[in-house]
Write a protein that binds this ligand. Structure first.
Ligand code: SF4
Length: 510
């Protein structure tokens, strides 16, 4: 390698070859490669986005400190104590092929313990996002394809409590379909992970717009509230507040519709039978399944008229004038009825005495949001950038000797084989994700562990540099690219500090 960071035979004319991923772009002077992450800067390969350093005592944002033209060791004027800064992988670059040590292997002392953080922008061909959409509205059948620009990018998966769920991306959409499917899938994942909104269409389902941390938009309507609970739970929660104010309450829900006079919650406080008949499948007293088809109407059913779930009232029990409140699980829809002489419900103006209880349902609904979790597998090759014996890293992670963060944000590591991680994208700094056109997503990943443990698992000890050197723009011999500079990012208070003892099995009593 020449001292300007470029291996000589990797030039073709005035173009230089980037080998940070299998695409191996030849980049002309002043231009960037196919992913826009690397550029030819006067014959030198440059990672164009600055290295993001999280600083504990800083609000979000800050000035770029350029490494270009600076000598390592130059004081940059910043007064941040090393204990309060953490070098993320964002902007660090990727070393490829993967047996090369990761771009940064940084040492530091934390509370008297020598620690190492290995930092790399991992290329994830096996990755996707899990999306939680807080809405009762039916967006499509489970297993229905989700499309962006007409291309399948994932599917509707098992619904959760008050939320619809999508599973998007994954190796089959990235690599197993047509070229356009892979590209659109990669674009979709990148946008979602970087906090952008994406419009999607579910086959035989809804048009939805998803953006991490924002309200979902379903068929053009911005969702406001997440339901308080299923119909049965709502009956249970509010039974005593309705007692004495109305003869019957039905909480309409696509999954479990609740009927207060039959429900255990009503019975224990002396609610009397009303002769009501519900058309759904009775599960247990006062709890009914499948009262209608799923849809975007009342309680996630396809109904705009809740009376359609009622059969005839039993004349032996029901009485003319008997009152009935029907309400949805978010309190957004409600209607009040009284039975006429023929025991038919007739809608009347909502009495003032019942309005507080409906308002209480609404009050108990949390704001509806979209949650986007990045999920990816740190493959054998990525692990080789950390250690010469990748399985030892996997074991060290499982033994809580190695702590994983993504851009400094906490990651959940799945039990079982491999290193499969999940992270809430809103907890990473902005624009933390990139892509390469293989296609695959580029995600920052950091491995933090004790120096002794790193040595024991076969770490690349010759490539370790100090935190101060890394902050000053030093680049290890494994890096064939230069860094543009670094920018500080404020520490998000909801994220634990990445080097805290509590992450490690050796922490001792807390
Ligand atoms: S796609 Fe990006 S990372 Fe891959 S070789 Fe081209 S410039 Fe380098």
């Amino acid at each position: 390698m020449t001292d300007d960071g470029v291996i000589g035979e990797k030039r073709v004319g005035d173009k230089i070859r980037c080998d940070a991923c299998p695409v191996m772009c030849y980049i002309a002077p002043g231009r960037t490669g196919a992913c826009d992450r690397y550029a030819n800067d006067n014959g030198r390969l440059l990672r164009v986005d600055p290295l993001v350093v999280i600083e504990r005592k800083r609000e979000q944002g800050g000035e770029l400190v350029s490494f270009l033209g600076a000598s390592v060791g130059d004081w940059d004027g910043s007064l941040v104590h090393p204990d309060d800064s953490f070098i993320t992988a964002i902007g660090a670059g990727t070393t490829y092929p993967d047996y090369k040590p990761a771009p940064f292997i940084v040492s530091r002392e934390v509370e008297g313990v020598d620690m190492i953080t290995v930092v790399t922008e991992g290329i994830f061909s096996y990755c996707g996002v899990k999306v939680k959409i807080d809405t009762d509205r039916h967006i499509g059948a489970e297993r229905a394809l989700v499309r962006v620009d007409g291309e399948p990018v994932g599917h509707v998966t098992t619904g959760e409590y008050g939320s619809q769920m999508l599973s998007l991306g994954g190796v089959h959409h990235l690599t197993g379909g047509g070229k356009k499917e892979g590209r659109v899938t990669c674009d979709t994942l990148l946008a979602l992970c970087n906090g952008k909104s994406v419009a999607m269409q579910v086959d035989e389902g809804a048009a939805i717009t998803v953006q991490a941390g924002q309200a979902p938009i379903v068929n053009g309507v911005t969702e406001r509230r997440m339901r308080v609970g299923c119909g049965s739970a709502t009956v249970g929660m509010f039974a005593s507040q309705w007692h004495g104010l109305v003869d019957e309450v039905v909480v309409v829900d696509d999954h479990i519709t609740g009927v207060i006079s039959e429900h255990q919650a009503g019975k224990v406080i002396g609610w009397q039978p009303t002769g009501i008949k519900i058309k759904g499948r009775r599960s247990t007293p006062g709890r009914y399944f499948r009262v209608a088809d799923p849809g975007t109407g009342w309680g996630g059913t396809n109904l705009n008229d809740p009376l359609l779930i009622l059969g005839d009232f039993d004349a032996k029990t029901a009485k003319p004038g008997q009152s009935l409140l029907m309400v949805s699980t978010t309190g957004e829809q409600f209607a009040y009825y009284e039975l006429d002489e023929a025991l038919r419900p007739v809608q009347k103006e909502m009495p003032a005495r019942l309005l507080p209880s409906v308002a209480r349902i609404e009050e108990n609904c949390e704001p509806a949001l979209c949650t986007v979790l990045f999920m990816g597998g740190a493959g054998g090759s990525l692990r080789a950038g950390v250690t010469e014996n990748p399985v030892k890293l996997t074991r060290a992670v499982k033994q809580q000797l190695t702590h994983i963060t993504l851009g400094g944000a906490p990651a959940y590591v799945w039990p079982g084989g491999g290193i499969t991680v999940m992270a809430d994208v809103t907890r990473l700094p902005e624009n933390a994700f990139g892509y390469v056109p293989t296609p695959a997503l580029v995600a920052p990943i950091e491995f933090t562990l004790r120096r002794d443990d790193y040595e024991a698992l076969g770490g690349h000890m010759r490539h370790v540099m100090t935190l101060e050197e890394a902050r000053a723009g030093a680049s290890g011999p494994q890096n064939e690219h230069l860094l543009k500079g670094r920018v500080p990012a404020g520490h998000k208070p909801e994220n634990p500090w990445p080097t805290e003892r509590k992450h490690f099995a050796w922490r001792g009593p807390q």
